[in-house]
Ligand binder design. Structure first.
Ligand SMILES: Cc1cc2nc3c(=O)[nH]c(=O)nc-3n(C[C@H](O)[C@H](O)[C@H](O)COP(=O)(O)OP(=O)(O)OC[C@H]3O[C@@H](n4cnc5c(N)ncnc54)[C@H](O)[C@@H]3O)c2cc1C
Ligand code: SF4
Length: 512
């Protein structure tokens, strides 16, 4: 019997389950496949292609040093994604006389399905995924006996289960959630810390050359490429975050400032999502900083909630809901995605700033994603599936499991409230409070109608008006709907008209 291991591009850890299942023997055959067809599903950000391919090539080197017998295939079959992988695997299986192919269960459902349909001359065994703290079975057990799927309940369960920031089964400091001390608007000159970036090495430069020569459609700019591409660099980013950013992570977590691309954020999702870092080591590093260096609890708890709470919850929900979740469209929104999402050419300064930042880096922080990008898509009635496709293409850390829940669920409320307790819909008021974007904008954040009115305003009120009935049943929205009831009918009529005209104009020109 000969066992071989296929390692996917987001499973780059020596502790991953399929490798671990082979014990510590030398010369275990391992294959990694760089597929050109796979990247043509959508126009991916060029820096994401560089990150994943360079990290795969670095990981192959690391495995060779550990005495695995590594095959690194560049696949480019002419007849589709599955064929790309199938052909490469068939050749390798025959050459190495492999009788059992082991793969760690993919994070993404479509990829699992593709593997199950492959025609290979040996048995395929999917080994349970060990890159999350909660297995699918454990999450389903937690979820299936609950009336409500609140993230906050799940997070507390995670704290108890792993004994993180706990003191005799009670939360350290007496409170589970210290968010009231966070979420401050940006004030005055903020002294933001630099981020930990890297110069590309030879391997990365080769991949950059390959990406530059691609003939298929891609998105964004490839240079300057500054992301880490191996475990050692990912650990350096974690260490840098703990030393220079974590202490002040909390207070300005939701703030947005022109020219400040990363604020105090961790920049860890690209590494966590491809296996270069494991969630528990990230959480434990933050907890140790609190205990050993007395870092402020509001920042440490706020950060741990992101990784132990939100990240695990999103992954758990992805597998808990039916596969058709990706088609959900509770509001029946059908507007096409405006062209400016691809070009960044819009007069709306907040969107212009965030989209051009994504083009340059593949990155935006949580509030830029939620309250600028997806908020606009939600209130402007854009089709959820086209928005999901854009996020998936544009972000360096985008994968199916994290897209469906964050974009379809959290950002667009297209699941009708499975995940969020109310839609994250806001007018310009929120963006003006939490950023400096409105100061440099041609639109007026205070106006709801008229030539200078901010589109976030008329779209917001139009959204509430159009979906009044559905929103009424979302308990927390009824207070906001009362404001709509007080609006003079002529103003409401103008708002409806302006929203409609705006969409009409957008079909003709993309400069709005
Ligand atoms: C519309 C939308 C799209 C998003 N797309 C992605 C995506 O493609 N990939 C992705 O990893 N995250 C996504 N997120 C979640 C979150 O915005 C990013 O994880 C975070 O901005 C990554 O940057 P950071 O590492 O600097 O995060 P920090 O703000 O420093 O947070 C720390 C870590 O917590 C985790 N985390 C926090 N919130 C979430 C969440 N909701 N889902 C998953 N992980 C979370 C991430 O691993 C992150 O690295 C999205 C959120 C929204 C609202
Ligand atoms: S005025 Fe409106 S469009 Fe302009 S930056 Fe503010 S919220 Fe964005």
């Amino acid at each position: 019997m000969m066992i071989g291991v296929w390692i996917l591009g987001d499973q780059l850890s020596v502790k991953q389950a399929a490798l671990q299942s082979c014990g510590h023997q030398d010369n275990v055959p391992v294959i990694l496949i760089e597929s050109l067809r796979h990247i043509q599903v959508r126009p991916y950000h060029q820096q994401k292609l560089v990150l994943v391919w360079s990290a795969m090539r670095h990981f192959a080197q690391e495995l060779r040093q550990l005495k695995y017998s590594v095959t690194y295939k560049m696949a480019d079959s002419l007849s589709g994604v599955a064929r790309d992988f199938e052909t490469a695997l068939q050749e390798w299986i025959k050459a190495n006389r492999i009788t059992e192919l082991r793969v760690m269960m993919p994070n993404d459902r479509p990829f699992t399905q593709m593997i199950q349909n492959l025609e290979l001359p040996c048995q395929i065994t999917l080994i349970p995924n060990n890159h999350f703290l909660w297995s699918t079975e454990e999450f389903n057990n937690w979820a299936s006996c609950r009336k409500r799927l609140l993230m906050e309940d799940f997070y507390r369960e995670g704290r108890r289960r792993l004994q993180i920031l706990m003191e005799e089964n009670k939360p350290i400091g007496g409170q589970w959630n210290l968010d009231q001390e966070n979420r401050q608007p940006p004030k005055g000159k903020l002294n933001t810390p630099p981020a930990q970036w890297f110069e590309p090495d030879e391997i990365t430069l080769d991949v950059i050359a390959k990406v530059n020569s691609l003939s298929c459609q891609t998105y964004g700019e490839v240079a300057p490429f500054r992301w880490g591409v191996n475990r050692q660099q990912a650990l350096q980013v974690l260490d840098w975050f703990i030393q220079h950013r974590l202490a002040d992570f909390g207070p300005y977590q939701d703030a947005m400032v022109t020219g400040e691309e990363t604020m105090w954020h961790a920049l860890l999702s690209p590494y966590l999502n491809i296996g270069l870092l494991q969630p528990l080591e990230v959480i434990q590093a933050a907890e140790a900083a609190y205990k050993e260096h007395q870092l402020p609890l509001n920042s440490v708890e706020g950060f741990i909630r992101q990784v132990l709470g939100w990240r695990e919850y999103m992954h758990g929900i992805y597998y808990y809901v039916e596969a058709e979740y990706s088609d959900k469209n509770w509001f029946n929104h059908t507007q096409p995605l405006p062209e400016f999402f691809w070009t960044g050419k819009t007069k709306m300064n907040c969107l212009h700033q965030v989209i051009t930042q994504v083009q340059r880096t593949g990155y935006a922080h949580h509030i830029q994603r939620l309250m600028v990008l997806s908020n606009f898509a939600l209130i402007a009635g854009i089709s959820p599936q086209s928005v999901e496709n854009w996020f998936h293409a544009a972000f360096i850390d985008g994968y199916d499991w994290v897209m469906q829940t964050n974009v379809i669920g959290m950002g667009l409320f297209a699941d009708g409230g499975v995940l969020a307790s109310k839609p994250y819909a806001a007018s310009a008021n929120y963006i003006n409070k939490m950023s400096d974007y409105c100061k440099g904008c041609v639109y007026n954040h205070k106006e709801r109608i008229g030539q200078n009115a901010c589109p976030f305003n008329f779209f917001y009120w139009n959204f509430l008006d159009q979906h009044r009935e559905k929103l009424q049943s979302q308990g927390r929205m009824s207070f906001i709907l009362k404001h709509l009831d007080k609006m003079p009918p002529e103003e409401l009529q103008s708002i409806r008209q302006q929203a409609q005209d705006w969409h009409g104009d957008l079909q003709l020109s993309s400069g709005k």
